[in-house]
Each structure stands twice: as structure tokens, then as C-alpha cells.
Design a protein around this ligand. Structure first.
Ligand SMILES: [Zn+2]
Length: 276
């Protein structure tokens, strides 16, 4: 439990870095240097304003200097990243019950934590700007490819070649599907960034979890889309532009991938017992 708490706090700190990363991406500002500033009065933040999560509650969501409101996005992302890191640790512990402190456990954790961090950053960026930036999509794809190579090398005795082949095929299949949607709709249903993200998810999770991630994201996307459509009807009648027509799909893909990583195996078991 002590280690779990440690990873939670580590996740909160990474979450606060992801907030800065998403805001500075594309502005030309350095992500690692320059210190955090209040976006309103531009004053540099000092301790204790720099403590992630806690500071938001100390200052009750306002800048300590100019008093302007601070977006709830910051503590929400910090808390969510902390929770995701904790769950990743618990999930990986299940796989390596007898050797919590060996090299492979730590590498597995850091790898999945890095993938989850990129997914979280991609989601926030997609919600804010309706696009998935290459600076986040490419590292995600490269890390996913690295995991395929790792599988090929380390699990060669247990059919690693077949597994790696499956992962590559699932990634390319998902990419082709999203690229087709993008092409047919001329980018209105899906962006090309979604296709890149799906490629990385397929390479990372393989068969059957990659497909499970895809199904999770489509179901949740459909449910949320229908809800937004219903709630936007009164506004549509007044001729106002609705959110549902510009629902970014990146966050659903990201959530689907994480859900598949956490509970995908159980969902697949359940499905096959139900129908076969
Ligand atoms: Zn301020």
C-alpha cells in the first residue's frame, strides 16, 4: 500500500507536468524551463502554489496574487493521473505477484505509465483544440512499436513472434479503419490524428485487447454522442451550433485503451463465456 501511495503522488506530479505540457505545446515556450505562471496576471508561481492538487484547495481555485479563477482542469487532471498510476501499479502487481521489485515489474509499470500519460495529454489537447498533435501522437506510436519489439525479443520462447505479429496486424487494421472513416467523411467524423492514435493502441494492446479498446471507445462515444444530441435539441431549434457535431474522438480512444488495459481480459472472458 505504501508503494501504491508513492505511485499515486508520482502520478499527481506527472499530471501537473501534463497540464503545463498541453498548455505550452505549440506556443514555442519551453516545456521544462521557465517556471509556472498564472495565465491571468503572468506572475510566476511560488511555493506553496506549486504543490500540485493541494494548492488548488489551499487557494480555493483562485490565483493567490490577482484572485482570478483557476480552471478545474488542473486539479482534475492531476488527480486523474494519480489514480491512473495507482491502478496501473495494482494491475501490474496482479501479473507479477511473486516479484514486485524486479526489473521487469518496474519497466512494465514505467512503460504503461508513459503510455497513459501520453493518452491523458492527447485527450486534454483534443478537447481544447479538436486535434491530436503529432508531438504527442508520434511518441505514443514509437513507444507502442518498442513494446512489440520487446515482446518479440523477451517472449521468443512463448510464441513471441506470433504475438508481435498479432499486435502489428491489429494496429494496422485499426489504422486502416479510422483512415477510411477520415477519408470518406473528409475529416468530419474522424481526424487523421485518431487513425494515428488507433495505430499506437493496436500495436500496444494487440489481440484481443486492441479490438476491445476499440469497441469500448465506440460504445462510450456513441452513448455520449446520443446524450449530447438529445440535450442539444432545444439549442439546435434556436439555430445554435451544437457540441455533438464536433465531439472529439481522441478522449474516447484513450479511455477505451486504458479500460481495455485494466479490465479488458475480464471483459473478453465474460463475452466468450456468454456467447460460445
Ligand atoms: Zn494571477
Amino acid at each position: 500500500m505504501f508503494i501504491g501511495t508513492f505511485w499515486f503522488i508520482f502520478g499527481v506530479v506527472i499530471g501537473s507536468f501534463l497540464n503545463v505540457l498541453v498548455i505550452r505545446l505549440g506556443t514555442g515556450e519551453s516545456v521544462v524551463s521557465g517556471g509556472s505562471r498564472c495565465l491571468s496576471c503572468k506572475r510566476r508561481l511560488h511555493w506553496p502554489e506549486l504543490i500540485p492538487l493541494v494548492s488548488f484547495f489551499i487557494f480555493r481555485g483562485h490565483c493567490g496574487h490577482c484572485g482570478s479563477r483557476i480552471s478545474w482542469q488542473y486539479p482534475a487532471v492531476e488527480f486523474a493521473t494519480g489514480l491512473v498510476f495507482l491502478f496501473i501499479w495494482l494491475r501490474i502487481q496482479q501479473n507479477f505477484q511473486f516479484s514486485i521489485f524486479n526489473f521487469q515489474t518496474i519497466i512494465s509499470f514505467l512503460f504503461v505509465a508513459a503510455m497513459a500519460s501520453l493518452l491523458i495529454a492527447i485527450s486534454i489537447y483534443d478537447i481544447r483544440h479538436q486535434i491530436i498533435p503529432n508531438q504527442l501522437a508520434y511518441p505514443f506510436i514509437v513507444l507502442a512499436l518498442f513494446s512489440v519489439v520487446w515482446r518479440l525479443k523477451n517472449w521468443s520462447a512463448f510464441g513471441g513472434g506470433k504475438l508481435a505479429g498479432e499486435n502489428l496486424a491489429v494496429g494496422i487494421g485499426l489504422f486502416a479503419f479510422f483512415a477510411l472513416l477520415w477519408f470518406v467523411s473528409r475529416g468530419r467524423w474522424m481526424g487523421f490524428g485518431d487513425a494515428k492514435l488507433a495505430l499506437g493502441i493496436g500495436w500496444w494492446l494487440g489481440w484481443p485487447l486492441g479490438i476491445t479498446a476499440f469497441l469500448f471507445s465506440f460504445w462510450t462515444g456513441a452513448v455520449v454522442g446520443v446524450f449530447l444530441l438529445i440535450f442539444s435539441v432545444p439549442r439546435r431549434l434556436k439555430g445554435k451550433y451544437s457540441l455533438a457535431s464536433r465531439l472529439p474522438f481522441g478522449p474516447f480512444l484513450a479511455a477505451g485503451a486504458l479500460a481495455a488495459f485494466f479490465v479488458g481480459e475480464r471483459a473478453v472472458d465474460w463475452y466468450f463465456r456468454l456467447f460460445f
